[in-house]
Structures are given as structure tokens and as C-alpha cells.
Design a protein around this ligand. Structure first.
Ligand code: NAD
Length: 385
């Protein structure tokens, strides 16, 4: 890799202010491989809080902006303006903020869900296409090496024809009405900020992305039951969705915030006609491979027999735990390579090219859209638009 493409990218953030749930994960991921330097931000809705936090993080005071519009204008006027920006704000703001940076020619790493409305998601995708920038969507769980190993096994045919996908992201953090005294939780069940879905948008989109990433199949239709378990919530907090994929697989997706006792609850099982596989994010360094007619095999992160796609992101030798931050960082590292390649006009290493992009963002929003239509029709099978 050339020196130009190895230098640190000038990185900005919108949202992810002090005490936010996911801002630190982005900053840690951006630093882990030394491919980004945080140089600007509009970190908080409260401009003064955002400025103070930015300065604490080492950003020049003059580049801690009161809002994203001021940031775009000021950064565009500098020869050393931001090259890539992370949009780490609540759902309903993603398209507007990401779109404005895309129009300014800045590469974007956007939080999920990409949009709260399918037409908006497509509008953003069209902008990305027109401006030719990178737009990644932060499905960070696809950065786990063993998720990548699962994809490699499917790709090399080890499972045979993939017939069944069971995917779930069901936690219990909102099993009671905790949103009453927690603003970061309150917006998640407020349709004006979260969009028309809570469980599907917050966790279901991650579960779908894992399925898509591992199997390569795209969702074509759903039959959904969207439940409101905690009384008074305007958005669903528990979702059970039957799935049909374009490659012939069927299965189900469970997204929940009310499965009390479940810790994080992200897991996926995929079955073909030759073998199956299971991965659980709470034991992320192991992938269980289940051949139809041979003993069970466990693949280990950084261990033997790992495909190049999964070996590449492992930073340490097997037996040394790597986890959540490293998975996030693996996506950040791939995006750094994509941005550097775009800016240098060079081609991207195919092993770096599996990071989630705008099409993956649209896939999540399209699933939510179809699930809402299905639920409104009493759970009828509903094709994705
Ligand atoms: P949060 O409420 O904890 O924090 C949001 C932050 O954004 C706050 O600092 C707030 O001041 C700031 N903010 C809000 N509007 C802003 C604006 N217009 N300009 C600048 N700053 C603004 O929310 P969170 O839990 O960190 O979630 C943020 C986003 O990240 C959501 O879309 C959520 O779905 C997503 N998320 C993704 C993951 C993941 O694993 N990829 C995990 C958690 C959250």
C-alpha cells in the first residue's frame, strides 16, 4: 500500500457526544488501526456541550462546530477539511445529515437504520451514486472474523444449498418502561425520532444484515407479527418475522427489546443441505460448523483453517481474545481502505470490500417497510418493495 493511501484520513463526527451510547465505539474503532484522525465535529445537539467534549478529545476549538451545516461550510473552505465523517445521531436525522456531506463530496459512515423511510433511503443512495463517494452503514457485527468465516464457508459451498436462516437479536433492556427516565432510550420509542419502528429498526436490521452478509441471499418477502409488549409504547418492542430469500432460503427473524434476561441476544444459525453453522455474538471467537455426516467442527478466531477473509481482520494470534471493538474497527479499517482507494484512484482489495454499504442500509429499511405493511395486513406474506 502506498504512503498516500496509508496516511490517516481526516475524520469528523456528527453526534456521538459525551455519554452517548455508541459515539465512543466509533472513536475507538477509528483509532484502533491508526487510519483516522478526529479533526472536526458537531458532536452534540447542545452546541456548548459538543464544543467542550470535542476540545477534550483533542479537536481544535475552531473545528468544534455548533451544528453539521456550519461544519460542512467551514470544512469545505479549508484545504485540509474532513475527508470522511461518521453520522452518529438518532435515526430520523441520518438521511439529511449524511446526504449533506455526500453532496459536499465527503465520504460517510452512517449509523443504522440508514433512514426511517424507504423513499428517503433510495434518495440518499442516488446521491451517493451521483457523487461517487463511499457510504458505509455501521452494521459493525459483520466485522467479527467468525462472521466473515461463516460467509467464506457459504461461499466455498461447505453448506451446500442454503435452505434455512434463523437470525435473532433479542435483548431485554426495555422489558420495562425504562424510557421514562432515560433520554437515550426515550427517543428509540418516539416515532418522530426513531421512525415507524423500534425493535425492527434497532436490532432487527442487524439480524438481517448478518443473514445477508453470511448467505449472500437477499430478502424478498416477509410475514410479520409486530407486538407492543410494554403498555403505552407507540412502536413495536417485539417482532417475529418469517423470511423468504431470493436464493430460495426461508427462515425467521426475531427482534426484541423485551426478552428479559437475554444479555445482548444476537445469534444466527444457517442450514444448507450439506451442513449448518451457528454463531453467537456473546461467544464471538468461535463458529460452530455442523456437517451432516461428520463430527462437529469449531473454527476459532486467528486459528487454523481460517479463510483469508476471516484471517485478515484478526490482529493477534489465536487464544488472545478479540471482540466487539475490534469488530467495529474491522469495518472502519475496510472503509479506510475504500476511502483511500477512491481518493487515490486505485482499486480496492477484494478482502476489504465486504463492509456494509448503502445497499445494505436500504435492505434494512426495505425489510422494516415490508414488515409494517405485513403486520397491518394481519401478518400476510408481503413482498419487499
Ligand atoms: P444517543 O441518544 O445515546 O446519542 C445521540 C447523540 O447524538 C447525542 O450526543 C446527541 O446530542 C447527538 N445529536 C443528536 N442530534 C444531533 C444533531 N442533529 N447534530 C449533532 N448531534 C446530534 O444515541 P445512540 O444510542 O448513540 O444512537 C445513535 C445512532 O446510532 C442511532 O441511529 C442508533 O440506531 C445507532 N446505534 C447503532 C449501534 C450499532 O451497533 N451500530 C448501536 C447503538 C446505536
Amino acid at each position: 500500500m502506498g504512503e498516500e493511501s496509508r496516511r490517516r484520513l481526516r475524520f469528523g463526527m456528527v453526534g456521538g457526544g459525551r455519554g452517548s451510547l455508541i459515539g465512543d465505539s466509533h472513536r475507538i474503532a477509528a483509532r484502533l488501526d491508526d487510519r483516522y484522525e478526529l479533526v472536526a465535529g458537531a458532536l452534540d445537539l447542545d452546541a456548548e456541550r459538543g464544543r467542550a467534549f470535542g476540545v477534550e478529545l483533542g479537536v481544535e476549538a475552531a473545528r468544534c462546530y455548533p451544528d453539521y451545516r456550519t461544519m460542512i461550510a467551514a470544512e469545505a473552505a479549508r484545504p485540509d477539511g474532513v475527508e470522511v465523517v461518521a453520522v452518529v445521531t438518532p435515526n430520523a436525522t441520518h438521511v439529511e445529515i449524511a446526504g449533506a456531506f455526500v453532496e459536499a463530496g465527503v465520504d460517510v459512515i452512517c449509523e443504522k437504520p440508514l433512514a426511517t423511510d424507504l423513499a428517503d433511503a433510495r434518495r440518499l443512495a442516488a446521491l451517493v451514486e451521483r457523487h461517487g463517494v463511499v457510504c458505509a452503514v455501521m452494521y459493525g457485527y459483520s466485522g467479527y472474523p467468525m462472521v466473515r468465516q461463516a460467509r467464506a464457508l457459504v461461499e466455498e459451498g461447505a453448506l451446500g444449498t442454503v435452505n434455512i436462516v434463523m437470525t435473532e437479536f433479542a435483548h431485554g433492556h426495555m422489558a420495562v418502561a425504562g424510557e421514562r427516565d432515560n433520554p437515550a432510550m426515550a427517543w428509540r420509542v418516539d416515532p418522530a425520532v426513531s421512525g415507524p419502528s423500534y425493535a425492527m429498526a434497532d436490532t432487527g436490521t442487524h439480524a438481517l444484515h448478518l443473514a445477508k452478509y453470511i448467505t449472500g441471499q437477499r430478502l424478498s418477502a416477509v410475514a410479520a407479527e409486530l407486538r407492543h409488549v410494554v403498555a403505552g409504547r407507540p412502536l413495536e418492542d417485539d417482532a417475529h418475522v418469517l423470511l423468504r430469500f431470493d436464493g430460495g432460503a426461508g427462515g425467521s427473524l426475531w427482534a426484541s427489546a423485551v426478552a428479559a434476561g437475554n444479555r445482548h441476544g444476537l445469534r444466527i444459525r444457517v442450514y444448507g443441505d450439506r451442513a449448518g453453522l451457528e454463531w453467537h455474538q456473546e461467544a464471538p471467537e468461535r463458529l460452530t460448523f455442523l456437517p451432516r455426516d461428520a463430527p462437529v467442527q469449531i473454527f476459532e478466531q486467528g486459528g487454523y483453517g481460517i479463510a483469508p477473509l476471516a484471517a485478515r481482520p484478526a490482529r493477534v494470534f489465536m487464544g488472545h481474545p478479540e471482540g466487539y471493538f475490534e469488530a467495529f474497527a474491522n469495518v472502519y479499517r475496510d472503509v479506510a481502505e475504500a476511502v483511500a482507494a477512491r481518493r487515490a484512484g486505485t482499486s480496492l482489495d477484494p478482502l476489504a470490500a465486504t463492509y456494509p454499504g448503502v445497499a445494505d442500509g436500504i435492505a434494512g429499511v426495505a425489510m422494516i417497510d415490508a414488515a409494517l405493511r405485513s403486520a397491518a395486513a394481519g401478518g400476510a406474506w408481503t413482498a419487499l418493495d
